[in-house]
Each structure stands twice: as C-alpha cells, then as structure tokens.
Design a protein around this ligand. Structure first.
Ligand SMILES: [Zn+2]
Length: 177
C-alpha cells in the first residue's frame, strides 16, 4: 500500500545502481509517545523508497524515480553519498523501541519475520530486474555507513547481525557487520 513520505527529490541523471537494506523500529519511542516509522522519518527530514512491516506488508513511500535521504554519509566502491544512486528499504522491527533497545533487538534473528523476508525478496528482485542491479550492489546500511566511514561509535548498525541475508536468495557472500 502507499504510505508517502514527502522528503525526496527528482532523480535527474543519477541512475539507480544499487539497493541499501535498512532496519528501524516499527514505532520509535519519543517524548511525545510512539511515532510510526514513516511518520518519524518524515518528521526528521528523512525518507526512503519502501518499508516492510513485521507482517510482510509493503509500504510504498516514494517512487524509484525519486532520490530519498536514507543512507546519509556513506561510501561504496568509490561512490560517496549513496542516496543519489541507491534505493532504500526499511525492514521494520516490531514494537516500540528506543535506539538502545532497537540495537539490541537487531542482534537477534527474531527481530525479522519470514513474511518480511518474503516481501523483501520480491521487492529486491523487482528492483534488480528494473535497474539491472548486480548481486553485490545490494548492501546493508552498516556496510556502507559503518564506523570506518562515520567515525568510531557513530557508524550505522542496521539491518543488524540478526538479519539473515541467505533468506534473500541473493547468492551473496556473508558480510561483516
Ligand atoms: Zn539505515
């Protein structure tokens, strides 16, 4: 279903070359109460192309013809600031989380559901076919925005060590977190 996040811009002549897999809490704990993931991103000026709920529902947040601010400071194979060339999808971790409880949750395989892996596999396959994306260009946020790029302790940890890449059937080598 469509769940638009308004923060995006025209793709221009920046071709889609890859996909960044993210994870975030389904509801983010804030002083004003729990904030639903897409509403939270909207509120902080971020955005992403799609989200997948714990029960495997695909939320379409922006078209692939738009550039969304999802990867931030990031690097991959000589490219810097991957938003221009990478689509982003957030796998939502069930429940209300602070950043600390989220980081703990994504260390467990239980953070992600089979329904999510199924929906994510379909989406990734579709995007790969649309844009001729090689297997190795489907990456985790932590791989392209880790401590080595953002500074010690500031690196991204998502989608997390509990995320099972083998379920995406990418024929992709195991990656370091
Ligand atoms: Zn991320």
């Amino acid at each position: 279903m469509k769940y638009p996040i308004q923060n995006h811009r025209a793709r221009g002549d920046n071709p889609v070359k890859g996909i960044v897999i993210h994870s975030m809490a389904e509801y983010i704990s804030t002083p004003d109460g729990p904030s639903y993931a897409p509403d939270f991103l909207e509120g902080v000026g971020l955005g992403v192309h799609a989200m997948i709920t714990p029960n495997g529902l695909l939320l379409e947040c922006a078209g692939a013809d738009r550039i969304c601010p999802h990867a931030g400071l990031s690097m991959f194979k000589g490219l810097k600031f991957l938003n221009r060339n990478f689509l982003g999808v957030e796998v939502l971790v069930e429940g209300v989380h602070s950043y600390a409880s989220f980081l703990k949750a994504i260390k467990s395989p239980q953070a992600f559901t089979l329904e999510q892996y199924d929906a994510l596999s379909v989406l990734v396959r579709m995007w790969r076919e649309m844009f001729d994306i090689p297997t190795g260009w489907v990456v985790g946020h932590s791989e392209v925005s880790g401590d080595s790029i953002r500074g010690k302790g500031k690196g991204k940890r998502d989608p997390g060590s509990g995320f099972d890449w083998s379920r995406l059937n990418l024929d992709r080598e195991e990656v370091a977190q």
